[in-house]
Design a protein. Sequence first.
Length: 336
Amino acid sequence: MEENYREVKKAEPCLKLIHMDQVEVEEIKWLFYPFIPYGKVTIIQGDPGEGKTTVVLQIIAKLTKGEAILSETSEGKSEETGVEPINVIYQTAEDGLGDTIKPRLLAAGADCSRVLVIDDQDQPLTMVDARLEEAIIQTKARLVVLDPIQGFLGAGVDMHRANEIRPLMKRISVLAEKYQCAIILIGHMNKNSNGKSSYRGLGSIDFQAAARSVLIVGRVKDEPEIRVICHVKSSLAPEGDAIAFRLDKEKGFHWIGKYDISAEDLLSGDGRGQKIRSAKEFLKEILENGSMEQAKIAEEAEERGIKKKTLWNAKKELQIDSVKIGNKWFWMLQEE
């Protein structure tokens, strides 16, 4: 009995203490500030068909060519500078590589030689699969995308049980930090339209708890071509402004810029598109009789409670021209 007790004692882990005064401060590096950090896990979620995969492929296309993700904001000013092209590992459990993913990448202008896929036809890939780490080492990928989360949990894993999800998220988080790559998990949302955005992700809340950044992609009501990315969790930086993009069959994908809508409004339908519609009506009214100085338009809009970014979004939607006369800018409807 005493001998068995000694064996148990030997198996116990040794206590190790970390003195915080000896811990070095590390600066967070960003793939896309403040939305996607390097060395951490980011979740992008939304209802089916809202454009989650499309927007991620657009981001991948820019990164493989070393181009800024957002070439310009709604105010027309550069937001980022170009970076070195990076390799990306993109795994999908839903879409075909040849008939869906590659055509979208080509349409987005991606350098497909920098987009790598782990062949998992013989054995499905999971979040704890050793091949994932091997692929990161071999390709030196700075971005890894798993689309969707549910497709890479592994057989027998219940995504609603915290004790089963925490080890998976821990494993994927360790990989991101170890190799300083950004890992994006794409997920669908549940049907709880009355719940907070943080509780609409499928499965255990531990998915979002482990992620350092969480983004939601949604469609603007009555403006089906406009989709919005809202930042609902940001542990490493202030939450970023909502960003909109246009997605239609004829013109394809196009960034719009900052958009005035909250995640809760986007998901619940309250006020969806109302602010931008009001701004459009204001511009049509104020420019009906001819051009007007930009400064005066902005001043009038502020008095009516229209935010600057909403005004610029409306200008872009209406394709209003800007003309410089002397040292002042004037806006005018294209019909002029």
